[in-house]
Design a binder for this molecule. Structure first.
Ligand SMILES: CC(C)[C@H](C(=O)O)[C@@H](O)C(=O)O
Ligand code: SF4
Length: 473
């Protein structure tokens, strides 16, 4: 029978299925960070258990790590709770054995969803879990990857399996060619704008079509990263030669004949012709323009040529209420052109957009514009996703472009994506951000977030307000 990519990976990992569909699923890779692992390690300890397969774990500290002051070492972590989380992870890993660990300030440290693929910890066909909702990112490799809760983190550590029920299959097909100046972020925001934040609930989404195939692995990761914002716990992209080439030579990837054998299997990881999808959504990439969110949910998004919606024009009273609340929080007037929105801060980073390609995209735009960060911008920061991304960017001189234009070039981490470290918005501040969530208070209490691509964020920094980057492409 013709199977989808999701069916194939699922079938390969089933240990046992009950009559009601409850399945014990084998887990190949367990990514661990400091926020959702302490209780799991503690639970194991109390039950007198050990981690079942320590070699499946790849751990790093990312959410609580500071992006400045590294010369001070651990003393540079000013928040005591953050410091405790980070040192607790250090201790837990030391106690449990020889897990691959990229601790605070090590060269390979970074956002867990950046370092996994970068170090070859994420491989096609794997089941990948992490106590983190954006684990969907890893689906870009044709891996079944999704977030799990802290009690499940403990369960996976203890048993190497997860209790799961199979989701339905959705295909989001993006055909055609993207306009110049647009990328993966615009595609995924446009998808969420179309299907809504609950559109993918109960499904695993496979992203397909010419525009997805044309994306680099970085672009595909950006798209899969936000599958969770579309309601789907997992997103997937079929394996092709780009996938295989990306993986080759990475730290934890197989080598030699093992690589060849693995690659032969990986090349089978695509949906069969005629495989059944429970839902199909189609988008035309040529119609996508640079996206900007105006509200407090990723589905509150429009093209840069749009205007802030008028709640009065919304007939559905629930939706009207949501728009009104969002506009009050965001302090925006209905009808305001998106390119007239001025921002206070710019954040280029997060597991959505902090890979080398994102750094290049933003730097290229800054270079092209040849101007400094606008006077009204209080802070424009670029936060590479990992130490390796930082190193690569510096080899290419991208840091110099940013710094010369007035951006701050920071150390890697989650940073201002969420207010769990020193990088935060002040109440009322408005930010152009390349992250994935624009919820109330996400970047700091009272902070206002507009989600955009790296190019759009860079252009907003230089102009002081949103502008259509297609004109510079
Ligand atoms: C802290 C963590 C549990 C959380 C997540 O699950 O996604 C965070 O990474 C986020 O982006 O909100
Ligand atoms: S960068 Fe943001 S979205 Fe990604 S894992 Fe960190 S906090 Fe979560």
């Amino acid at each position: 029978m013709a199977r989808t990519l999701y069916d194939k990976i699922w079938d390969e990992h089933v240990v046992h299925t009950e009559d009601d569909g409850t399945t014990i699923l084998y887990i190949d890779r367990h990514l661990v960070h400091e926020v959702t692992s302490p209780q799991a390690f503690e639970g194991l300890r109390q039950a007198g258990r050990k981690v079942w397969r320590i070699s499946s774990i790849v751990a790093t500290a990312d959410h609580n790590t500071p992006t400045t002051g590294w010369e001070l070492g651990y003393d540079g972590i000013t928040d005591p709770i953050s410091k405790e989380q980070i040192t607790t992870l250090d201790a837990n890993i030391a106690e449990s054995g020889s897990a691959a660990y990229f601790p605070f300030m090590s060269k390979r440290q970074g956002i867990v969803h950046v370092i996994g693929p970068e170090n070859g910890a994420t491989l096609p066909g794997m089941t990948v879990v992490c106590g983190d909702s954006h684990t969907s990112t890893h689906g870009a490799f044709g891996a079944l990857a999704h977030g799990i809760g802290t009690s499940e983190v403990e369960h996976v550590m203890a048993t190497q399996t997860l209790l799961a029920k199979k989701a339905k299959n959705m295909l989001v097909k993006v055909e055609g060619t993207l306009p110049k100046g647009c990328g993966g972020k615009d595609i995924v925001l446009a998808i969420i704008g179309k299907i809504g934040t609950a559109g993918g609930t109960g499904y695993t989404i496979e992203f397909g079509g010419a525009a997805i195939r044309a994306l680099s692995m970085e672009g595909r990761m950006t798209v899969c990263n936000m599958a969770i914002e579309a309601g789907a716990r997992a997103g997937l992209v079929a394996v092709d030669e780009k996938t295989v080439n990306y993986v080759k030579g990475r730290l934890l990837a197989p080598t030699g004949v093992e690589f060849d054998a693995a690659a032969a299997y990986w090349r089978t990881l695509h949906s069969d012709p005629g495989a059944h999808f429970d839902a199909v959504v189609e988008l035309d990439a040529s119609q996508i323009i640079p996206q900007v969110t105006w509200g407090t949910s990723p589905e509150m998004v429009l093209g840069i040529d749009g205007r802030v919606p008028d709640p009065e024009k919304e007939k559905d009273s629930n939706k009207r209420g949501a728009i009104e609340r969002a506009l009050t929080y965001m302090n925006l007037e209905p009808g305001k052109a998106l390119n007239d929105i001025f921002v206070d801060k710019v954040f280029i980073g997060s597991c959505t957009n902090s890979r080398i390609e994102d750094m290049r995209e933003a730097a290229a735009l800054v270079k092209k514009l040849g101007q400094k960060v606008a006077k009204n911008i209080k802070l424009a920061m670029v936060v590479p996703g990992s130490g390796l991304v930082k190193e690569q960017a510096e080899r290419e001189g991208l840091d110099k472009i940013f710094i010369a234009a007035g951006f701050e070039w920071r150390e890697p981490g989650c940073s201002m994506c969420l207010a769990m470290n020193a990088d935060k918005l002040e109440p009322g501040e408005r930010c152009a951000s390349t992250s994935n969530r624009n919820f109330e208070g996400r970047q700091g209490a009272g902070g206002r977030t507009h989600l955009v691509s790296p190019a759009m964020a860079a252009a907003a920094a230089v102009h002081g307000h949103f502008v259509d980057v297609r004109q510079f492409a």
